[in-house]
Design a protein around this ligand. Sequence first.
Ligand code: NDP
Length: 284
Amino acid sequence: MPQIIDGKAISAQIKEEVKARVAVYRERGAEITLAVVQVGNDPASSVYVGNKKKACAYVGIRSLSYELPEETTEEELLALIADLNSREDVHGILVQLPLPQQIDEHKVICAIDPSKDVDGFHPQNVGALCTGEEGFVSCTPAGIIQLLKRSGIVIEGRECVVIGRSNIVGKPMALLLLRENGTVTICHSKTKNLKETAKRADILVAAVGKPRMITADYVKEGAVVIDVGIHRNKDNKLCGDVDYESVAPLSAAITPVPGGVGPMTIAMLMYNCVEAFRFREQDR
Ligand code: NDP
């Protein structure tokens, strides 16, 4: 039987740690504040934003909510970000993606002050991750490193294969595994011999965005399998990018969906908010 990597328990542990740090700052009279911006009312985004605000309330972080109409212009959103950048009482800024098509996402990400970019998407933070400097790391891949470490899984010296190269998951994931001294291969839609490459992995991260694509044929016996995907099937049940039924029996450890990577993203967002405050204090 594989080790089931328990994202629910590990994310709860991280939230408790964050809550304790927030309490120390509160005793000193500091109020850590996250501005959460949503444009339009995409139902999935509303659920994510709601969960982020709930997590803030739980750990003691103040959240400021900005719900803008679907027809908001790029200029209007950029003006709001400029205002939030300048506010001393705002430590983190989160703009929920995706944005309506009239708004250039890259422009918006670049407009956020890198020291408030708790999503870790700003090129300056991505660059810091590349060069090994301090900065914010994208929450989902940062959460995966925590899952591995807190489950006692060694990364150093191991063959790590990441399937997917998005800016939000695949690329930062690969950089983090490299930072932990893994030997890293990144695969994508143009990769030849994907199955053979994936089968080399001691640690396989599936961030491909295709329901249950990663079957037993892609996985070496005894591999650690991390499933980033979240999909809903016809019966409204959640599944991942990994075909859990066929892969679990041959893996040494695996993340379930739900209850694996999913809960880690928000826990790491809370962690990044406290770090935003700490960075600010450090600079004073
Ligand atoms: P993207 O769609 O942005 O990226 C998917 C990546 O997979 C691309 O790099 C693409 O390659 C690659 N890919 C697609 N098809 C294939 C294929 N047949 N063979 C090999 N590679 C392929 O997705 P994200 O990175 O944003 O997300 C990945 C998954 O993780 C999704 O299911 C998403 O819902 C989930 N997710 C979960 C989160 C969580 O909190 N648990 C957070 C973020 C995402 P190419 O670049 O060549 O197109």
